[in-house]
Design a binder for this molecule. Structure first.
Ligand SMILES: [Zn+2]
Length: 213
């Protein structure tokens, strides 16, 4: 697909700008939003830096955009609670959130909503994507490795339950010192979605102990 020279286009930091964000009632933290030039897929991925993460394995969360969950609080998935949990933890210990613009496991918002319709007819999230001619999961985390490199971060503590993220980052040259598990946000509307994640992509979730209804 890509006909680029052996080296990827060089990713470098473009802009670092302070943004105060509310993380709870009467609690605001100032995070730094960081944009990049030279991202290999040309999408508008960005990083958010919390505190002053040190060079040694800072906490990093890779979050793939989910407009319905992140912005509207959709209960069909657990993206909203995952994002907010990550922001909370990062604001406490410092680290980076990489916000990756690969909506709907990389198939885009419109196809994701088509897939929701198929799910309402009985398919799980992976079968629905395949029925629409997409792979189970089209997310690519190598761009995240480029962003970390541009930030001068070679080794991380990865906040995730998804072993595929670790595998892809390590293949792209980032050392993952440890995987820090995220919370499980099980509710009435997302049980099938979370069960499909465990079954199909080896997510390490214990669905017997809901932490959040
Ligand atoms: Zn979602």
């Amino acid at each position: 697909m890509m006909s680029e020279s052996p080296q990827n286009p060089r990713t470098c930091v473009r802009t670092v700008v302070d943004v105060p964000i509310e993380i709870g009632l009467d609690t605001t933290v100032t995070a730094q939003f960081i944009t990049f030039d030279g991202l290999r897929d040309g999408r508008e991925h960005f990083a958010v830096r919390f505190g002053k993460p040190g060079p040694e394995a800072p906490l990093v969360r890779l979050h793939s955009e989910c407009l319905t969950g992140d912005v509207f609080g959709s209960a069909r998935c657990d993206c909203g609670p995952q994002l907010h949990d990550a922001i909370h933890r990062l604001s406490q210990v410092g680290g980076y959130l990489l916000y990756l613009r690969q909506e709907g496991r990389g198939i885009g918002l419109i196809a994701k909503l088509d897939a929701y319709r198929l799910q309402d007819q009985g398919m799980d999230t992976f079968a629905a994507n395949r029925a629409l001619g997409h792979a189970d999961d089209e997310r690519d985390y190598s761009v995240a490795a480029d962003m970390l490199e541009a930030l001068g971060v070679a080794q991380i503590s990865l906040l995730t339950n998804n072993p595929d993220k670790r595998k892809q980052l390590e293949a792209a040259g980032i050392k993952v010192a440890e995987m820090v598990p995220t919370g499980v946000f099980l509710g009435a509307h997302n049980r099938r979605y979370l069960e499909a994640k465990v079954k199909h992509s080896g997510h390490l979730l214990d669905l017997r102990k809901p932490l959040v209804a």
